[in-house]
Design a protein around this ligand. Structure first.
Ligand SMILES: [Fe+2]
Length: 177
């Protein structure tokens, strides 16, 4: 079961998400849907409904987690699974880290949403370089935090290469969506 775009927007509005996080999520959905549509033209089989819902809902619990310091990928996933949105919950769980061994030839909805989230800074499409520079400025307060971001950066460049090897366009082409 996957909620429609309207259901997602209602859920977002009802959940008390900060306006800027709602704007971010809408932009992530735009990027993720563009990538998915183009990948499907080249033979991938990505569920557009799933990508759209998971993109819109990926930060559903982030606002409250800013206070509680909980992991919003985890709590968001649990909340959505509890509502019967099993697959959406799975994708949301992996929007910070994909973590599992990826198939070299096939993109998953998890990878797409994860990647799109990292191409949107606030509500603006940026390069991975710009996004990680900002993340390191804001969160790279010690060596451990920097190592964490370096590992995340490594994972995401792997996904970027996979996507754009199939699409045969430049990652910077997304800047003009
Ligand atoms: Fe997030």
């Amino acid at each position: 079961m996957i909620p429609t775009r309207e259901e997602c927007l209602r859920l977002m509005g009802d959940s008390g998400m900060l306006e800027n996080i709602i704007a971010h999520s809408i932009e992530v959905a735009k990027v993720a849907l563009f990538i998915s549509t183009e990948l499907n033209k080249r033979g991938q089989r990505i569920s557009l409904d799933l990508v759209e819902a998971a993109s819109l809902l990926h930060d559903l619990t982030k606002t409250e987690c800013l206070k509680t310091k909980e992991d919003h990928a985890k709590t968001g996933s649990q909340l959505l699974r509890g509502m019967g949105y099993e697959r959406v919950g799975e994708v949301v769980a992996q929007h910070i880290w994909v973590g599992k061994e990826a198939d070299p030839l096939t993109l998953s909805e998890e990878e797409i949403v994860n990647y799109a989230d990292k191409r949107v800074m606030h509500d603006r499409i940026v390069s991975l370089e710009e996004r990680f520079n900002d993340l390191k400025d804001r969160y790279g307060r010690d060596q451990k935090a920097m190592d964490y971001l370096d590992r995340m950066e490594k994972e995401i460049y792997g996904i970027e290469h996979k996507i754009f090897f199939i699409l045969q366009i430049d990652p910077n082409d997304l800047l003009h969506l």
